[in-house]
Design a protein around this ligand. Structure first.
Ligand code: OAD
Length: 230
């Protein structure tokens, strides 16, 4: 066994104090996706959308990686083969925990993107509703996050990794959002062993060879220990 692909979701950052989306009290119980996480929402009410992401950027900037993020970085350093981390999270806690080459398929709060000319640059702490692009000067800057109805980032690269995977793990993700929820099936087709680490069984648990339940800060370090012990 050589190549490991790991998909992470909001559950891995929950114990760092960042809310998940669909759990009790989660972001999508407080806001509606249609109001804050679609291109139409931004066109209709840029102030509301920018404020939603300003708040999330502020909370994420103050969060610290937990034992699960640190364990995945340890796995990347200690494993003799490839360990690719694909995250749906827009926080930077994998990198803060020491992980490298993290594929942010839903973008990142740390980035800004111009809707007019596609220029990318580091986001300021707060973005205004009519934030100016520093390259084309259009008041069309938005958070560099992927909204519902948009194509996730790095898909070719992710599918290439899945097609070569020997082991696929999904950590802290509900299995409700595609295409990420189907990665387990892509990995299975490639012949990979599949394991889910989640607080509770997810919507797609039956697709995995093994499900380990519990908080990520406990299950992930133990799983990494098992792998590194061989
Ligand atoms: P969800 O909120 O849908 O799911 C979080 C999962 O983490 C749930 O299955 C929880 O049981 C689990 N969980 C909660 N706390 C945990 C803990 N301490 N340890 C382990 N697991 C825990 O979040 P995602 O699956 O990441 O997309 O959501 C996927 C996408 O939907 C997000 O990237 C976002 C959202 O809409 C966009 O905004 C495009």
């Amino acid at each position: 066994m050589n190549r490991i692909v790991i998909l992470t979701g909001a559950g891995i950052s929950a114990e760092s104090g960042l809310g998940t989306f669909r759990d009790e009290g989660g972001l999508w119980t407080q806001y509606s996706i249609e109001d804050v996480a679609t291109p139409d929402a931004f066109a209709r009410n840029p102030a509301l959308v920018q404020e939603f992401y300003n708040l999330r950027r502020d909370t994420a900037a103050r969060a610290r990686p937990n034992a699960a993020h640190l364990a995945l970085a340890r796995l990347q350093q200690g494993w003799r083969g490839d360990v690719t981390i694909v995250t749906q999270n827009v926080d930077a806690l994998h990198e803060a925990g020491g992980a490298t080459d993290v594929l942010h398929m839903h973008g990142t709060l740390a980035g800004a993107l111009c809707n007019a000319c596609a220029h990318r640059w580091p986001a300021p702490a707060r973005m205004a509703p009519d934030e100016i692009c520093p390259r084309c000067f259009a008041p069309a800057a938005r958070p560099d996050v992927v909204w519902f109805g948009e194509m996730p980032y790095h898909m070719d690269e992710i599918f290439a990794h899945l097609a070569r995977a020997d082991l696929f793990a999904a950590i802290g993700t509900s299995g409700e959002v595609y295409p990420a929820a189907a990665f387990v099936q892509d990995a299975r087709r490639a012949g990979a062993r599949t394991v889910e680490l989640n607080l509770e069984p997810s919507a797609v648990s039956r697709d995995f060879d093994e499900t380990r339940t519990g908080p990520a800060s406990q299950t992930v370090p133990l799983w990494v220990d098992d792998l590194l012990k061989g």
